[in-house]
Design a protein around this ligand. Structure first.
Ligand SMILES: [Zn+2]
Length: 72
């Protein structure tokens, strides 16, 4: 009997290359098996997503704020 909630308790670990149970942290979740950060996406999905983002972004990343101004 398949458990429909199975994947609700699993996230994809890029290190283990499969869906694993995970530990919740404040902002991230971690694989219980290897400690790697896990994702909601599989790696393929993630890379597609990431690739799309990088194509949209100009190279060099986000502009840096220079803290040249000294407040009196
Ligand atoms: Zn893992």
């Amino acid at each position: 009997m398949e458990n429909p909630d199975y994947y609700n308790d699993r996230k994809f670990c890029s290190n283990c290359q499969r869906y694993v149970s995970y530990l919740m942290s404040l902002d991230h979740s971690y694989c219980t098996e290897c400690g790697e950060r896990v994702r909601l996406f599989s790696q393929n999905d993630w890379e597609n997503f990431h690739d799309t983002l990088q194509r949209q972004k100009p190279k060099g990343g986000r502009p840096r704020k220079q803290r040249g101004k000294e407040s009196a």
